[in-house]
Design a protein around this ligand. Structure first.
Ligand SMILES: NC(=O)c1ccc[n+]([C@@H]2O[C@H](COP(=O)([O-])OP(=O)(O)OC[C@H]3O[C@@H](n4cnc5c(N)ncnc54)[C@H](OP(=O)(O)O)[C@@H]3O)[C@@H](O)[C@H]2O)c1
Length: 252
């Protein structure tokens, strides 16, 4: 790719076609990174890459060959943001849908593993690599109807935190970003496309927006090389835990 041949640092953002990933790609581009925007929806990442002067690479993080091709196409990687992921369904454990569980584990856990492993040599070779993994408060809390997602996010966080120790002595920093409620396409995806149900979740409270999280990732990426922000939890003021939020009464 063109940008890897020059001196501009390169950031790879997975799940850049919407929400936190899209906002993060914009933030990192504004900070001077050449951003490689990765997702499955080609039209969206192509438009984003054109807007921010980056590169769009279509890759499904659940597809090993696609992830290898992504890595092979890059000669330089300074920052990796493992953001692709999400939730499907709200079934109890008793009624668990195995396909939904497989989707969540494949995307959040094994997707993060595949992309991280494929890009790790280049992150180390950069001399000042950074891996940001977007987990969730679901990485350290559980709630009824959430086991498929909370177990996947717990596992994704364990993978990320293990790497922190395994890479000691190498020039790579690792930051886990654990957001609470952020209004993106997340809930629409979780509820199978039911926009009304997603809207109802945020009614009467003020959730985070994607840019709130992206700004924090930008702060992380602009610290000096010896400073490692290990874990950052970011929630709306209206949310205390995964199950406790403040809801204002309807005014009309
Ligand atoms: N929103 C929240 O409340 C919240 C809270 C805590 C943590 N998070 C986490 O934040 C991350 C981003 O979510 P979001 O809120 O921004 O949701 P979103 O708007 O639904 O974005 C999810 C992104 O992941 C990408 N993606 C999904 N499956 C993929 C796959 N197999 N391969 C490549 N890309 C894939 C999607 O792109 P394509 O569909 O185009 O592939 C999309 O760009 C997720 O890891 C999520 O678990 C979200």
């Amino acid at each position: 790719m063109t940008a890897s041949g020059n001196s501009q640092p390169v950031a790879v953002v997975t799940g850049a076609s919407s929400g936190i990933g899209e906002a993060t790609a914009k933030t990192l581009a504004a900070l001077g990174f050449h951003v490689v925007c990765v997702a499955r929806r080609q039209d969206r990442i192509a438009a984003l890459a054109a807007e921010i002067g980056g590169t769009a690479i279509v890759a499904d993080v659940t597809d090993g060959a696609a992830v290898e091709a992504l890595a092979d196409g890059l000669t330089r990687v300074d920052v990796l943001v493992n953001n692709a992921g999400g939730a499907k369904g709200t079934q109890t454990v008793a009624d668990a849908d195995l396909d939904d569980w497989r989707w969540m584990w494949e995307t959040n856990v094994l997707g993060t593993l595949r992309v991280t492993r494929a890009l790790l040599p280049k992150l180390i070779a950069s001399g000042n690599g950074l891996i940001v993994t977007v987990t969730s408060i679901a990485a350290f809390e559980v709630y009824d109807g959430g086991a498929g997602y909370t177990s996947a996010k717990h596992a994704q966080a364990a993978l990320h935190q293990t790497l922190r120790g395994e890479l000691l002595g190498l020039p790579v920093r690792l930051t886990e970003i654990a957001p609470g409620m952020v209004e993106t396409e997340f809930s629409v995806v979780r509820f199978g496309g039911d926009q009304d149900r997603a809207d109802a979740l945020y009614r009467g409270m003020t959730p985070l927006v994607a840019a709130d999280v992206a700004e924090v990732i930008g702060f992380v990426a602009s610290r000096p090389p010896h400073v490692n922000l290990d874990q950052i939890v970011i929630r709306p003021r209206d949310q205390a835990t995964a199950t406790r939020k403040f809801t204002r009464p309807e005014s009309d």
